[in-house]
Design a protein around this ligand. Structure first.
Ligand SMILES: Nc1ncnc2c1ncn2[C@@H]1O[C@H](COP(=O)(O)OP(=O)(O)OP(=O)(O)O)[C@@H](O)[C@H]1O
Length: 252
């Protein structure tokens, strides 16, 4: 087994009395892409939101158990620090609408009150946009609004914004579900190139996408982690009947 970067121990997540994650034990391999799959409502988004401490911002959101990032229990850290180390990209591209492309990339620094010199900011913006495979398309229009870009470019801008903070883990919640096949392919290619530097966890409903890019896949069902393993093994020889039924389209 690879070395792990994020480990959950008996992780339970609630909305009020509703137990949504029922004691998940998961070890996320470092510098790999892990897909989280499962039928609608099984808790995929909730799991991602636990990892960067967003779940507890939901009214009545509550967590029990432990989440280790290396040897630190992230539930004992300041959530702001956690979000610097574990970035998140959402389903719909959400650049800050009033900000330029440039300011969007360094928004995390501004929001955290971290001062950057002009030279430092320029360097972070260029590096993050290059890492997100967007630099060549925007280098001459950095001061235009982020919302001026196409949907796929906006999503890569959101990835650049997350990468600018140099996170150890990047969480993506169905990042291509609002994009056309061409923009989707660019993002998939980008994620594969990024795993050299950052561990990636992606929620996807798209079995083809998980098969193309994910080294490992976790299958959740009704809040339980039913199966976790190398994607190829899980897809070709699932050990649990529910995984097999999901992969063959029985859960819709
Ligand atoms: N803000 C909320 N308040 C109360 N219950 C919620 C909230 N968000 C989600 N839930 C419930 O938690 C459960 C898990 O939802 P979650 O969004 O994590 O599932 P999911 O697997 O990501 O679903 P989908 O594939 O449809 O996005 C569902 O029963 C859902 O109704």
């Amino acid at each position: 087994m690879e070395s792990s970067i994020l480990v959950t121990e008996n992780l339970k997540a609630y909305y009020g009395d509703h137990l949504v994650l029922k004691g998940v034990n998961l070890e996320v391999p470092r510098l790999k892409i892990t897909a989280i799959m499962g039928p609608s409502g099984c808790g995929k988004t909730t799991l991602l939101r636990c990892f960067n401490r967003l779940h507890e911002l939901s009214p009545e959101g509550r967590i029990e158990g432990r989440i280790w990032l290396g040897d630190t229990d992230i539930l004992s850290l300041d959530p702001i620090m956690v979000r610097r180390r574990i970035g998140m990209v959402f389903q719909r591209p959400n650049p800050f609408p009033t900000m330029s492309i440039y300011d969007n990339v360094i928004a995390g620094y501004k929001l955290n009150g971290m001062k950057l010199s002009r030279i430092e900011a320029d360097e972070i913006v260029e590096q993050a946009l290059r890492s997100a495979a967007l630099w060549d398309e925007v280098k001459d229009i950095l001061h235009r609004k982020g919302t001026f870009l196409s949907g796929g470019q906006q999503q890569r801008l959101c990835i650049a914004r997350a990468l600018a903070m140099k996170p150890e883990v990047l969480l993506l919640d169905e990042p291509t579900s609002a994009l056309d096949p061409k923009a989707t392919a660019r993002i998939e290619e980008l994620l594969v190139s990024l795993k050299e530097r950052v561990t990636i966890m992606i929620v996807t409903h798209n079995i083809g996408q998980a098969g193309r890019i994910a080294d490992y896949t976790a299958f959740l069902y009704l809040g339980e982690l039913v199966e976790f393993g190398p994607t190829e093994r899980l897809f070709t020889a699932p050990r649990d009947r529910r995984t097999e039924e999901y992969l063959s389209g029985k859960f819709g």
